[in-house]
Design a protein around this ligand. Sequence first.
Ligand SMILES: *Cc1c(COP(=O)(O)O)cnc(C)c1O
Length: 363
Amino acid sequence: MGGSEKKYVQEAFDSNWIAPIGPNIQGFEHDLENFLGQQVSVATLSSGTAAIHLALILSGVKYGDEVLCSSFTFSGSCNPIVYLGAIPVFVDSEKDTWNMDPVLLEEAIEDRIKRTGKRPKALVLVDLYGMPAKLDLLIEIARKYEIPVIEDAAEALGSRIGDRFCGTYGDFGILSFNGNKIITTSGGGALVSKSEKMIEKARFLATQARDSAPHYEHSEIGYNYRLSNVCAGIGRGQMEVIKNRVSKKRSIFQAYFDRLDPQAVEFLAEPTGFFSNRWLTTILIKKDGIFPEMVRSELEKRNIETRPLWKPMHLQPVFSRYPSFTSGLSEALFAKGLCLPSGTSMNEAELDLVIGELVRLGL
Ligand SMILES: *Cc1c(COP(=O)(O)O)cnc(C)c1O
């Protein structure tokens, strides 16, 4: 936590707004709108996954439609596609950002049109580990085929290309404030759009699609997807420290980068103009005879937690039967990669200890 979270939570208690409406929600939404710029509107929600679900609905995705999605991601990106009875079509990554490959994207679109006679209904683009995808290129392709874009910036709050922040690129952007993200409300998320009307519609759907009438009147299926005013208070406090969090994450990355052996490990560089929040520091192990699982289990013995990179969705038992357009890149990343401890509450001594252990293992 940053420091002022308790003050905002206390305000929620003092004013008795223990509900999914109240001043902290408006305040938190304002903070996000101001931070992101680009004149976006923001609706805070109960999770990033809920935000993707609503973005898909607002993009017009229906039962049986196809939706393109990055394969190299967390399952939260694509589970909502299946909630709708739609079909995820997975697209592999390129090597510069580890995010969706524009060449494969166009190949996938052309192929699906040829096979099904229909355009995919939406595109979910992910900025994984905080690294922005090649958004301009990818969005240009989507525009050419008139496919709405949902930018999954759950891991990328504070990341940008030039001075334009992740989350503001697509027709919709989504953010997550889950406990593991760069800022957290314990659980929560947000939908971002330049269309105020779409954000209003999202709030309506997130409030059980209650029509305006004195009684409870419903002409659409709704969801209970709003954020609590108590949690929004945590979010307001967190927005006061978002910039520090990004600097801290980047300094953790820099420490690993400076002190690990460049012959043994490879880091993902920022392409020109790209600025990553370095949510997690990730490495690829290129030294012969050292495997990520060896490193992970050795570090675990010393109570240091590392994790493999995300296992691509097209390899997941639950998603493997869906169409995918792959190059082998995300599989190779999964085989060689490791996420290193990147918590912003780590102190200097703890970081030294982790780096010392990695060096001891030959990295
Ligand atoms: C965390 C995450 C989500 C889901 O967000 P929740 O708030 O946990 O539902 C979606 N996509 C990616 C890439 C994520 O990392």
